[in-house]
Write a protein that binds this ligand. Sequence first.
Ligand code: AMP
Ligand code: ZN
Length: 122
Amino acid sequence: MSHDCLFCKIARHEIPAEIVHEDDEFLAFHDINPAAPVHLLLIPKHHIASLADIAPADHGWLGRMLQLVPGLAADNGCHPMPEGGFRLVANSGTEGGQEIHHLHFHILGGSRPWSNRAAPAA
Ligand code: AMP
Ligand code: ZN
């Protein structure tokens, strides 16, 4: 764990968050500045900076993290598939739009329109 990392601090419950899911490996909570009607962040509890740091030894937990996404979306207000659904975003690196360098998935959903930030036109 990285001691001055914001998401490590949230994972250690040192900083409050609106947590919607917690297990031994992962934490999901509401984004503090939502860009869509539903905007969750899903993180591994251990510190890893981004998808660029994934190695073969990480495939197991990364698969489990991905598998959590549809249930979290459905349980937190995203509408049913296929007319509803959700958007999964993993900003990676500074030019990739990553501001917090602890791997996280943005799970976005709900009725449109969304903010341009969440749903760029291109
Ligand atoms: P990114 O730009 O992909 O690194 O996304 C970081 C996200 O973390 C942004 O959407 C922020 O709104 C969100 N964020 C920052 N601080 C907090 C916090 N204390 N609790 C919840 N979300 C946060
Ligand atoms: Zn961290």
